[in-house]
Ligand binder design. Structure first.
Ligand SMILES: C[S@@+](CC[C@H](N)C(=O)[O-])C[C@H]1O[C@@H](n2cnc3c(N)ncnc32)[C@H](O)[C@@H]1O
Length: 258
């Protein structure tokens, strides 16, 4: 994986994540259209098909994502289904977008990069922390056996559940709660992906990673984070790679940062 080659891109992208989060709170009601996937003819054809294919080619494959399972997952999942209806025309652009509650759907390239980094297989059971829109969970669910995903903001968790159900996913469980604690009832997990940043890797997540499993997690303070790829070997987490990034912070149920 060309981990170092994407360092600058990731950093820029993460900067946009925060910038976008800042404009997310406009006070308007965020609505997601049920008819989003329709083309006006009553079929579920993606009206943004060409934009989606261009996104995969220019933003994902051209930047070095080669894992065929990841590329295939991106072809299967319609990103516009996971964003508010007034932003659907921007769904395939090279940027994160606001999804309400001051949160964002990540930039497509970041989703692809983090997914590829986990080297997933079709028998894996994966834990995601930070469901957000549900888009990343859908990409994971195209590749692995089962996805468990946790979102702390109730309205986002409910909305993601609705979209994922509507899209027909039967291998994703969404829980509303604090992902810092993981999901011990379903542990151990073959892989863990965290899409919000605590200051340190949470102990429960370390414990809930299977032996030989991998975790990708942004760690650090608001302006000094790194995206870390960890592997569990002989019960200990070994850092494989890291690069500078900027994600939204992981918070507890009172909104305090971890
Ligand atoms: C960058 S967004 C995630 C994007 C998401 N993966 C997607 O595909 O749309 C980060 C998410 O982490 C959530 N979050 C923050 N702290 C959390 C926690 N302790 N447990 C679970 N989710 C948390 C935020 O509410 C937000 O929805």
């Amino acid at each position: 994986m060309a981990w170092k080659a994407v360092r600058i891109l990731c950093f820029m992208a993460a900067g946009i994540v925060l910038a976008t989060a800042a404009v997310a709170e406009t006070g308007r009601n965020v609505t997601f259209a049920d008819e989003a996937g329709n083309n006006g003819a009553g079929e579920n054809r993606n009206p943004f098909h060409e934009q989606k294919m261009e996104m995969i080619e220019k933003q994902i494959a051209a930047r070095g994502i080669t894992d065929q399972d990841v590329l295939s997952a991106f072809r299967q999942v319609d990103r516009h289904r996971y964003v508010p209806s007034h932003l659907q025309h921007m769904a395939y652009e090279d940027r994160p977008l606001p999804i309400g509650e001051g949160q964002t759907i990540s930039q497509p390239y970041i989703v692809a990069f983090m997914t590829e980094a986990l080297s997933l297989s079709d028998t894996d059971r994966v834990l995601e922390i930070g469901t957000g829109s549900g888009y990343q969970a859908a990409i994971l669910a195209e590749i692995v056996e089962h996805v468990y995903t946790i979102e702390i903001v109730e309205s986002l968790g409910r909305r993601a559940t609705e979209v994922l159900d509507a899209e027909g996913y039967t291998n994703i469980d969404v829980k509303i709660g604090d992902g810092f604690k993981g999901w011990p009832e379903h542990a151990p997990f073959d892989a863990i992906m965290v899409t919000c940043a605590p200051t340190d890797v949470p102990e429960p997540l370390k414990e809930q990673l299977a032996e030989g499993g991998t975790m990708i997690i942004p760690v650090g303070q608001a302006w000094d984070q790194k995206l870390v790829l960890l592997e569990k070997r002989d019960g200990k987490l070994v850092e494989k790679e890291s690069l500078p990034v900027r994600f939204v912070p992981m918070v507890d149920e009172d909104g305090k940062t971890y």
